[in-house]
Design a protein around this ligand. Structure first.
Ligand code: S3P
Length: 177
């Protein structure tokens, strides 16, 4: 794939919470000069409340419906972008098939120990993790990851170790998808 074609791409970053989707998404957007969307942030803007509050007041099922709706709206209304998707986004409805039909999906498969280290520091901001102890968090990551792997594995591009790969190497892999 040539760089001129890349400018007409819809790139979906997927992976577990804490895998670095927002961070890498912003970097890719700057480097490739494509608009960046954080799916969670777009949901927060459209609902006028935090993800935590949406879960508390409306429940997870409502959140998943909104997530799908906002994913569809952004995807249909823009020809090119980088999108950081929430960790559960590819695992509900037909979202992963939809993303694969609409553009290039990139799975940041960050090692579980790294996810644990990152998420242990940030659990208050995440409704699914808020009340967990360290031991519970560890078990949660292992179980949830094993449930979600079959969806993440459908990504067209696999980034194995986000901490040790350069941005240019990620771009190279996307170009060759
Ligand atoms: C979720 C991940 C979060 C957010 C919500 C649910 C999940 O996004 O969408 O808290 O089910 O894995 P990040 O992966 O950006 O943290």
């Amino acid at each position: 794939m040539r760089s001129s074609e890349l400018l007409q791409m819809k790139i979906f970053l997927i992976g577990f919470m804490g895998s670095g989707k927002t961070h890498r998404g912003r970097q890719l957007s700057q480097k490739l000069n494509l608009p960046f969307f954080d799916l969670d942030e777009q949901i927060v803007n459209s609902e006028g409340k935090s993800i935590n509050r949406i879960f508390e007041e409306e429940g997870e099922e409502y959140f998943r419906l909104k997530e799908k709706e906002v994913l569809n709206i952004i995807t249909e209304s823009h020809s090119s972008f980088i999108m950081a998707c929430g960790g559960g986004a590819p695992c509900y409805f037909n979202n992963i098939e939809y993303m694969n039909q609409s553009g290039v999906t990139v799975w940041l498969n960050t090692p579980l120990q790294t996810l644990f280290k990152r998420l242990a520091k940030e659990r208050d901001q995440r409704p699914l993790l808020k009340s967990l102890t360290d031991v519970q968090l560890n078990t949660f990551i292992i179980r949830k990851f094993s449930d979600r792997k079959i969806y993440y594995e459908q990504a067209k591009v696999l980034i194995e170790d986000d901490e040790h790969i350069t941005l240019d190497q990620i771009i190279e892999k996307i170009f060759h998808a």
